[in-house]
Design a protein around this ligand. Structure first.
Ligand code: CUA
Length: 359
């Protein structure tokens, strides 16, 4: 192989990486632009570590280059052996102490931050949400408000919210990079973390622990609203049932939903029954469908008819109507009616601006 071929290949590879990697990262899905207390503390630790490592890299490379040039083998000195320094006490002590000092510089803020982010002293007086991770969605249970919802977690701005997390099946990991670090969500023990957002907006959350076929699609959102909007939202979520259905299709959809879907999906945010499937209260106001699909009728119909095509391995596949059970296979026509019904479920005006596919 000609020499230049390898070089051209490398150039091509790096160009491709540059193209693809620059597209990585969405606004509100990055740990490098923190907009919440926990993320900001973590970011500071990241910066300290990078600074220390950069200093080490520069110093080591400088010494390396200096030695390489100054002590290279010179003509006429082929048999010259430089002074041997092994066992030099002073030097040994110096290069043992330097790394220890560097580690201390990293360890002090890291440990302080770790304890700070695990602080539960304000838990009793804060909003508490019990978070349950399930293949492949998230249930949010507002403990003191008596509200259940899923996929979109509403919180007020500049307010600490405690999340008590447990899994309903396998291990998941709750991660909203712009607001906080990851936290494992285990089946046996409850893990607690808090989040606090500085700015209103919609923040993208991900499951960060491999948990099955659709792990990478186990997305959710944190919707940060003003305090007044939050109170409004809680109130609306508690009394969503009397939504006026505008179309006949939606009314028929409601009947179909009650026959085929209601055994798993509650549509009353105040329902405290254990959730089999996501609670669909005010579904019309959701940011996305199933956490990853654009919020429109077309996607919703496709999701209802063939959920496996959108999120392989998800629990909807066990729905009676897809199992040849009582409702057996659902027709596109019926799915459209159910979609019309669900999209009309809007009893709150608290709707965040969110354009997930704008990029
Ligand atoms: Cu849940 Cu990955």
């Amino acid at each position: 192989m000609k020499k230049w071929v390898g070089k051209v290949r490398m150039l091509g590879l790096f160009s491709l990486m540059a193209i693809f990697l620059t597209a990585c990262g969405k606004e509100n899905l990055t740990a490098l632009a923190p907009k919440g207390y926990s993320a900001e503390r973590s970011f500071e630790v990241i910066i300290i570590s990078i600074l220390v490592m950069t200093v080490v890299f520069i110093v080591v490379m400088a010494i390396f280059t200096y030695v390489l040039i100054k002590y290279r083998r010179k003509k006429g000195q082929e048999d010259y052996i430089p002074e041997q320094i092994e066992g030099n006490k002073t030097l040994e002590i110096v290069w043992t102490i330097i790394p220890i000092l560097l580690l201390v510089i990293i360890a002090v803020p890291t440990i302080a931050t770790t304890y700070d982010l695990a602080d539960e002293s304000q838990k009793e007086d804060s909003i508490n949400v019990n978070v349950t991770g399930k293949q492949f969605w998230w249930n949010f249970d507002y403990v003191n408000e008596g509200i259940q919802t899923s996929q979109d977690l509403y919180i007020p701005v500049d307010t600490r919210v405690y999340l008590n997390m447990i899994s309903g099946d396998v291990i998941h990991s709750f991660w909203v990079p712009t607001l906080a670090g990851k936290m494992d969500v285990n089946p046996e023990n409850e893990n607690v973390m808090y989040i606090e957002a500085y700015e209103e907006g919609v923040y993208w959350g991900k499951c960060a622990e491999f948990c099955g076929d659709s792990h990478s699609l186990m997305d959710f959102k944190i919707v940060v609203v003003s305090e007044e909007e939050y109170d409004q939202w809680i109130e609306n979520m508690g009394t969503p049932t009397e939504v006026e259905l505008e179309t006949a299709s939606a009314q028929e959809g409601r009947d179909l939903f009650e026959q085929s879907c209601l055994s798993c999906h509650a549509i009353d945010g105040a329902t405290q029954a254990p959730a089999i499937g996501p609670n669909l209260t005010n579904f019309g106001n959701r940011t996305m469908i199933a956490g990853v699909l654009e919020h429109n009728k077309e996607e919703l119909v496709e999701w209802i008819v063939d959920p496996a095509s959108k999120k392989p391995g998800n629990g909807m596949l066990n729905a009676p109507y897809l199992q040849g059970g009582p409702g057996s296979e659902i027709s596109t026509e019926d799915a459209e009616k159910i979609a019309d019904y669900l999209l009309e479920l809007k009893s709150t005006e608290v709707v965040p601006e969110f354009e997930p596919f704008e990029d």
